[in-house]
Design a protein around this ligand. Sequence first.
Ligand code: B12
Ligand code: SF4
Ligand code: SF4
Length: 369
Amino acid sequence: MREDKPEHPALARRIRDKAVELGFVAVGIARADAAPRTAERLRQWLDEGRHGDMIWMAQRAHQRETPRSLWPAVDSVIALGMSYAPSVDPLALAGQGDVGRISVYAQGADYHDVVKRQLKALGRWLANDPDFAARGADLKVFVDTAPVMEKPLAEAAGLGWQGKHTNLVSRDAGSWLFLGAIYTTLSLAPDTPGRDRCGSCDACQRACPTDAFPAPYRLDARRCISYLTIEHAGPIPPEFRAAIGNRIYGCDDCLAVCPWNKFAAAAQRNIAFAPRAELAAPALADLLALDDAGFRQVFAGSPIKRIGRDRMVRNAAIAAGNSGDASLAKALAPLLADDSDVVRDAAGWALARISASGATSPLPAGTAN
Ligand code: B12
Ligand code: SF4
Ligand code: SF4
């Protein structure tokens, strides 16, 4: 314990209890400098161009490298995890041609809103704690969108370890976890960092449909279906289109095969993340017909709203092409004249693929090219 700044083990215990009361299934504390290799590994990842066109990762890399480069006064990091463990097999819709697959994390309420609300509640409670207030301490809450390396910090705070798929795995709660963090100027007693428990398992590495792991613990985002369907705005590179199958928003495969998820009970999940009926298995024909207003209506309150109508219709068109279902040609044909380049491109590819699959098209010959 440092003499100038007492560590407050009793407050750390109270924080844990309060976090659990607020719906977090994992909570731990790390020193702000507890993940020293993160900066170098982030730099290497960026230098190799693995972030693709997520230029915001590079633009604020200096703030991402360590908590103190974002906020010099920070002393401790409270890392938190909230469960979105599914109650049904996330891979059950694989290959079911007429519907799209939305990643489990996006079938319910927007986690940015839900996690942030609970983080703020914890922050307000902490700010009112006598030990905290007496020291004139300060705090800031973050989830996802800030330049914060949430996974290495969660590992340093003892929530679990970064598995070979690079996500944080908790021994008790598996990997269906959203992460959030509170930075505080208060010096809190730190937890023991998580220990890697992947062992010889390589299930996630083998499960990836697009071979997005150049090595265990490293991801090339440019090959990841989550990046391609969510973050990437341009045409999806042709080499990945078939492997995307019927995934229209994100991908669950490397998480779904992780053996540690057998400990992730759906009961741990925040009820806000229960799937909305219309997002559990949306019909591709309906998605292909969306205009801007329709898109906003269907995806209000969902994280999906951020990608906008064109990207969603692009993704649905790729899935339709992969379905080999000739009845979808009718919904694809008008998209050949769509205002969006990426939609026109995807629709043309999809019609050609359906035609090449030998399915009988209800369209006049020459429509799909
Ligand atoms: C950018 C981003 C993405 C990108 C890139 C993902 C990635 N792995 O970097 C894309 C769009 C692909 C993506 C996808 C997904 N994401 Co995302 N994403 C982020 C974001 C915003 C930043 C992540 C980041 O900093 N990446 C940069 C790389 C360099 O960091 P890293 O992954 O920690 O890399 C480490 C390893 O490579 C390691 N390393 C490197 N070399 C070596 C060598 C050895 C030997 C070892 C041991 C380690 C090692 O060190 C690096 C630094 O820590 C975070 C939110 C946040 N602010 O943290 C969410 C976040 C990581 N995403 C999340 C989720 C849920 C997903 C998806 C599951 C969504 C989905 N179902 O589609 C997928 C999972 C794909 C995957 N296998 O990673 C959650 C993960 C929660 C968890 N339990 O870990 C986060 C934390 C959001 C949140 N607040 O909950 N995401
Ligand atoms: S989310 Fe899907 S595409 Fe991305 S790394 Fe995992 S299995 Fe591969
Ligand atoms: S699937 Fe296996 S290798 Fe991958 S993160 Fe889980 S335990 Fe580790």
